[in-house]
Design a protein around this ligand. Structure first.
Ligand code: NAP
Length: 248
């Protein structure tokens, strides 16, 4: 028998570092109980210890989102244990960059599985509890690459454009139940994902960002926190770019 959490419950994939860590922090700071998901359990344990010490309500689950059965089970167990699931943030994402003429099938499939298929599995598993509650927020983290494309990222931009189309369709299917679904599309944001870029590439990137700087995880997380709250209840099927103007 589950004991229903009095706080709203948010499930955030890729919640151990970068943008996901900032999202976990923002939602918990808005009085939600947050389940942070990633593969590295040590990193998750450190995050939970730090946030709990700061008075935030956070727990961790070590799950590989590319394993659809494990991801669906994690969501079902969360709903069973906590009695509700109000907010789903599909943030876990990977890159396997390379020019498309030389791209291996495996690099295409891995990126689609982690960035797109996992989000589909998670949305389907989470939607039932939201529909039952007649309240829910699905927020999928897309990318500027899914809007304008990016040379060297056919797999990644396909996964993110797919996420945008999927989110709009889910928004249409669930609108009647007061469940919203939106995308947040970051541009270049300072995290482990972009730290690996060579300095000369970073300089080139800065030239195409109208605001002439990389974004921060907190700038993305604040938009997610807004979309996850009551005041965003009339926003659905949208893509909010947080990209320094790159996609305008
Ligand atoms: P990051 O620093 O590389 O962090 C990725 C997070 O996802 C980590 O918590 C990682 O933890 C988790 N993760 C990766 N693969 C996973 C898997 N198979 N199962 C479970 N968790 C997994 O990335 P980020 O820069 O914060 O990016 C977060 C999201 O924003 C991604 O969807 C990314 O595509 C998107 N985005 C980022 C940028 C940017 O410039 N940084 C721009 C546009 C969009 P583990 O490794 O422990 O699993």
């Amino acid at each position: 028998m589950s004991e229903t959490q009095s706080r709203r419950v948010a499930f955030v994939t890729g919640g151990s570092r970068g943008i996901g860590e900032a999202i976990v922090h923002s939602l918990a700071a808005n009085s939600m109980h947050v389940v942070a998901v990633a593969r590295n359990s040590e990193k998750l344990a450190a995050l939970v210890a730090g946030m709990t010490a700061a008075g935030l309500s956070v727990e961790a689950l070590s799950v590989d989102v590319a394993d659809g059965a494990a991801l669906a089970a994690a969501i079902e167990q969360t709903i069973e244990k906590l009695g509700r699931l109000d907010v789903l943030v599909n943030n876990a994402g990977i890159t396997r960059d390379g020019l498309f003429m030389r791209m291996e099938d495996r690099d295409f499939d891995d990126v689609i599985n982690t960035n797109l298929r996992a989000a589909f599995v998670a949305c389907r598993a989470a939607a039932r509890a939201m529909i039952r509650a007649k309240w829910g927020r699905i927020i999928n983290i897309a990318s500027v690459s899914g809007i304008i494309g990016n040379a060297g990222q056919v797999n990644y931009s396909a996964s993110k454009a797919g996420l945008i189309g999927m989110t709009k369709s889910i928004a249409r299917e669930l609108a009647g139940k007061q469940v919203t679904a939106n995308c947040v599309a970051p541009g270049f944001t300072t995290t482990d994902m972009t730290d690996v870029l060579p300095p000369q590439i970073k300089d080139k990137v800065l030239e195409i960002i109208p605001l002439r700087r990389f974004g921060t995880p907190v700038e993305v997380a604040q938009v997610v926190a807004f979309l996850a709250g009551d005041t965003a209840g009339y926003i659905t099927g949208q893509v909010i770019a947080v990209d320094g103007g790159m996609s305008m």
